[in-house]
Design a protein. Structure first.
Length: 321
């Protein structure tokens, strides 16, 4: 009997967890010939998330949990889940039901009956999402696919089911600065994409603000493209050539018409413009340098505070939620 591990990152998801668990119980009943484990990763939650996970672990042997010492971020939670998953197939899924668990039977059928290593999902629509957020997301996918050799599918979710060989390949990329959407594509393997319409959260509020999404997009850009560094170099060359041309203009103007004092406001604007461009290019270099600095420290991607293995399991009776 094949075993499916479902990795579920959780950060302050006390309200969504009961709804998610009920839905997963329904899906697991539809797949009686498959063994399941639900591996919840508590990413330093400050509400009752960990308490609920402990209760699940005590009453349902299929439910395991890992709990971080603080909030390390979703990427760290995904990595920890993949590292501790025991199944022949491993799925990654959000707990808010924006990743429909009902797709799992079809995803499993594809991997067992067709020659694919992974089944991934993407949103075909963004209905219900704020327009500005949709616009920024669309712009990000277009931009990164132009500057990166690793193609990232527009609307791709972290929700996917993978064979063990692909999971091992992903774990082999133990970099500190992680961008899973890019990593899943970079390792290769044959992937089939399933589309579904956008689904709202079942409970609670999103933890992804526009600021967090912007910082996350920078992780993707700096992690899978060096084009910004090339851009900084090109901008530097262009401004050097422009400066040389302007020197020639000034020399000719001085020889022919003299050297009037007028024009200092425009000169001041040019100085500010060039200085801004220099700082912008320095900032790009700084982003890459900071990533290198963090990698060389070799800090752990996550630190565990508690887990179901340390707790000893508990009673393992069927739970009703």
């Amino acid at each position: 009997m094949s075993k499916i591990s479902v990795v579920v990152p959780c950060f302050n998801e006390e309200e969504a967890l009961p709804v998610y668990y009920r839905e997963m119980c329904r899906v697991m009943k539809e797949m009686p010939d498959t063994e399941f484990e639900l591996l919840f990763v508590d990413d330093g939650s400050t509400d009752g998330t960990l308490g609920f996970l402990k209760g699940l672990n005590e009453t349902d042997a299929r439910c395991r949990y890992l709990s971080f010492s603080r909030n390390f971020g979703k990427e760290a939670a995904l990595y920890a889940g993949l590292k501790n998953a025991q199944g022949d197939f491993v799925a990654t899924m959000d707990v808010d039901l924006q990743d429909p668990p009902g797709l799992l039977p079809e995803m499993y059928r594809i991997l067992t009956e067709e020659s694919y290593d992974s089944v991934a999902t993407r949103r075909s629509t963004r209905t219900g999402e704020p327009k500005i957020r949709s616009f920024l997301s669309e712009s990000f996918y277009k931009f990164i696919n132009r500057i990166s050799k690793t193609e990232i599918v527009n609307g791709a979710r972290d929700y996917r089911l993978m064979k063990r060989k692909m999971v091992d390949a992903v774990l082999g990329m133990s970099e500190y600065n992680r961008f899973s959407k890019g990593i899943f594509e970079w390792v290769g393997f044959r992937t089939k994409w399933l589309e579904f319409q956008n689904v709202g959260r079942c409970a609670g509020e999103t933890k992804w603000s526009v600021k967090k999404l912007f910082l996350y997009s920078l992780e993707g850009i700096t992690g899978f493209s060096v084009a910004p560094l090339s851009l900084a170099a090109v901008v530097g060359v262009v401004f050097c050539m422009l400066a040389f041309f302007m020197i020639l203009v000034i020399v000719v103007r001085t020889v022919i018409w003299g050297d009037p004092v007028s024009g200092w406001p425009s000169l001041a604007c040019i100085i500010f413009l060039v200085s801004g461009i220099q700082l912008f290019c320095t900032g790009i270099v700084g982003q890459y340098l900071s990533k290198t600095y963090l990698e060389t420290k070799h800090r752990p991607i996550f630190i565990l505070k508690d887990s179901s293995e340390e707790a000893g399991g508990g009673r393992h009776e069927k739970v009703s939620v």
